[in-house]
Design a protein around this ligand. Sequence first.
Ligand code: GUN
Ligand code: ZN
Length: 439
Amino acid sequence: MTAAPASHPVSARVALRGDLLDFTSTPEWGAAESAAVRFRPDHWLLIDHGQIMGTLPGDQSPDITWDHHDHRGRLILPGFIDSHVHSPQLDVIASYGTELLDWLNTYTFPAERRYADPEQALTGAARFLDALLAHGTTSAVVFPTVHKVSVDTLFAAARERGMRLIAGKVLMDRHAPDGLRDDVVQAERDCVDLIARWHGESRLAYAMTVRFAPTSTPAQLAMAGRLCAAYPDLYMQTHLAENRAEVQWVKELFPDARSYLDVYARAGLLNARSVFAHGIWLDAADRAALRDVGAQIAHSPSSNLFLGSGLFDWTAAEDAGVAVSMASDVGGGTSLSMLRTMAAAYTVGQAQHKPLSPWRAWYLATLGGAAALALDDFIGNFKTGKEADFAVFDFKATPELEWRIDHAKSIEEKLFALITLGDERCVSATHILGEKATP
Ligand code: GUN
Ligand code: ZN
């Protein structure tokens, strides 16, 4: 993947002044203070043709050849990376009263069926990406729908905005309603065509996208595994062990598999570029298998709470050495805001008496997410040479947050208050490759 997409205008030189905060390594899981945090109050962030060029203390103003943006008093952080989200599901976010399998049939599948319509796919993709940007999210791993047009429109809209995006056509050839099923032969043709057109184009990458084991026949899972082997730098995304009834169903459908994860492993879908959403109902052998290949779990806490799926045991994943990233999982999740997602992750930890530190949470939503996706050479922090995707945060966005921040004694305390009380109202601006991408 290259740094600057041709279709996205990139200004020559941009300088932003504010409080710079990013991560240089992985903070401890539960520690309130961390050497992995780099906090540079009142500094300039310098960007040349979309790349980070360095920083300067606030009193050393760059000359007038730089386009100045003054955000004094605000925090500037790398853009969020949402490792699992569904673009068509903004249409069903906040739907009442069901758990996963009923929720899919009652709300989600009917909404996704509408994305066969190119007009709906086009407007839905634009609305979704603009919403991500408004929430401070600059990169995402996305499920569109089973329809090829939903993938084309999403990738085209991401390229237009210069965003880093990973996505792919959803595979579903059984246990889904009319209008949402494909078949193995046509799906393979569509995937090969989409890979040729979009994988490696500007900042985009293709993911083989198996919805989840119950909606693909063994033949379709095998086809997905074949393509992963044929194109080893593709990503693979799916859902894993989210809900107890789902896990039981997988057991019935695949009686020979040792576990839900083993269904994917046998099909050749378990590798270092696999992104498994949820992973709540796993055992020690599953965690060891995930660790051994370097696959990641996209932790989706607001979704897990909203759909009553269960509490992800993060410390078990941590102890086993499994990579974890942060995901909104909208529309099972209740907000695109990664601040709200972090707050939900903290709540899930607290419910198990294992509080997650604000540093670790924010790290995973930036540099940690980039590392899990093998994108940390490009994005995730303010290292010189990286792509300049970032968001500006305003501690004064709401009266309660401003009041709480006035009473905070340290940057740790402020960050935790921002996570707990903040949302997209706190995002003053989002920049892609240095360019302001929000109104
Ligand atoms: N499992 C299969 N499909 C989905 C989906 O769209 N959302 C969630 N949360 N879980 C799923
Ligand atoms: Zn999902």
